[in-house]
Design a binder for this molecule. Structure first.
Ligand SMILES: C[S@@+](CC[C@H](N)C(=O)[O-])C[C@H]1O[C@@H](n2cnc3c(N)ncnc32)[C@H](O)[C@@H]1O
Length: 281
């Protein structure tokens, strides 16, 4: 039985532990997946002087892009529920010299923000991980001014995202994880367009426009692919990192075998990824 409160506590701990990985692999992540942020920024269309909220910011890159667009008279409120992630985003923002951004800890399911206080809400790869995505989208609607846009990304189906599905399936096969249960939060919890539509319209938004955004994850070698699992992959990382050393090693080898079809001749790996871009107001 899914217990939302223990899920929230575990998720908060897990993402706090992932923060250093998201910091260290930030350039790698952005070089491959910047196209998703481009889509969100273009569709949300932030204008000079506006206030935008970024939900589940992680290392904060999407908010940095929005900050360029709202300019010095505008503001981005960059938020994440894990204080360690907020710290990473705040440091990276300082290093980039961005001044029109406010970094703060905020749980998307219960936002301590005034109603109708922002002109746009953006989020990349956050809503599907929340214990109650409907509540988080409801809060996003509440804080958004009339006519303001909501633009976000969630992962499409597992068969279009083998970079995550194959390691996940390997952990299930080896008995380290249960298969995802229907309706429970997780990386593929909002993969179904009908579910996206129901959640978005259920929160009071208009029928969303959906677009597929394809890109590739590229890893120079298997060590790097493994590093991305154990330092970025939230719940998967959690499971792998808790395995006893010998089973950890065996699991690593099983994943190596299972991702072999993505290995290039030079030993690098290229794994396809597909995310939904979602726009509503
Ligand atoms: C997969 S990471 C994505 C980070 C970033 N948006 C990106 O795309 O690079 C998911 C992020 O969601 C955050 N998160 C999960 N549940 C949350 C919640 N209820 N409220 C706010 N942030 C949450 C995690 O702390 C983590 O930083």
């Amino acid at each position: 039985m899914f217990d939302p409160d223990s899920y929230r506590q575990q998720s908060l701990r897990t993402w706090g532990q992932m923060a250093s990985g998201w910091r260290d692999r930030n350039d790698w992540m952005m070089s491959l997946s910047g196209v998703v942020n481009d889509w969100i920024v273009e569709r949300a269309d932030p204008r000079p002087g506006q206030t935008f909220l970024e939900v589940a910011s992680g290392a904060g890159d999407l908010g940095f892009r929005v900050a360029e667009r709202v300019g010095d008279e505008g503001e981005v409120i960059s938020t994440d529920f894990a204080p360690e992630m907020v710290e990473v985003a705040s440091r990276l923002g300082q290093e980039k010299g961005i001044s029109n951004i406010r970094h703060r800890v905020l749980d998307a399911e219960r936002m301590d923000l005034e109603s109708e206080s922002v002109d746009g809400v953006v989020c990349r790869w956050g809503y599907m991980l929340m214990a109650d995505s409907a509540a988080a989208l409801g809060e996003s609607r509440r804080v958004l001014r009339e006519g303001g846009k909501l633009a976000f990304a969630v992962w499409a189906a597992p068969d279009r995202n083998p970079w995550a599905a194959v390691p996940g399936m390997t952990l299930v096969q080896r008995g380290h994880m249960d298969p995802p249960s229907p309706g429970a939060p997780g990386i593929f919890a909002m993969a179904d367009p009908e579910r996206i539509n129901d959640l978005v319209t259920g929160a009071g938004f208009a029928k969303p426009e959906l677009e597929e955004i394809p890109f590739d994850f590229v890893y120079p070698d298997f060590d790097d692919l493994w590093d991305s699992i154990v330092r970025l992959a939230g719940p998967l990382a959690n499971v792998v990192n808790a395995l006893p050393a010998d089973e950890g090693q065996a699991t690593r080898e099983a994943i190596r075998e299972n991702v072999d079809s993505f290995r290039n001749q030079d030993g690098s790996y290229t794994a396809p990824a597909l995310t939904w871009g979602v726009l509503s107001n």
